[in-house]
Write a protein that binds this ligand. Sequence first.
Ligand SMILES: [Zn+2]
Length: 186
Amino acid sequence: MLYAQVHLTLPAWIHDQIDLAQRYPGDEAKVALAIALSRSNVEHASGGPFGAVVFGPDDKVIAAGVNRVMPHTTSLAHAENMAYMLAQQRLQTPRLNEALSPITLATSSQPCCQCYGATIWAGIDRLLIGASAADVEELTPFDEGPLPTDWVGELNKRGIEVVQGVNREDARAVLRSYGDGDGARY
Ligand SMILES: [Zn+2]
């Protein structure tokens, strides 16, 4: 049978953790939410230890994402990609900052090579990162893939500000608990 559609979802618990009316002022509050989602995703066994959130200029959530690779047997279903796709559907534009600006993505861990590419085209203005790619590779079995040597500079050239190491130890703690776990691997 030729498949002609794909259907991706966030786990049902996401509704209990996202309040669209709440403001998350400042970089730390935004990344803290992404990390909380990454932790919940592990605790609920609903995907890998990664979370990401798209915020609008009012510091409110536009969309959220968690890793859904194994539940959906889809290598594209990383947290950042889920958040971008859902934000694009909500705002009805493939380039988010053509609808609202500035747009911020907060992610529990540095985008992998796939999500790095998606970040270039998604139309965001700021990228907030918790754990580094080196942290991910140190604490989990995941390969983050190759990036341009000057990956920050390439984003800066495209108008995207990058802030690294936000709440890094909290993000590392989730990765460590996942990496140390002997339960299901996502
Ligand atoms: Zn990724």
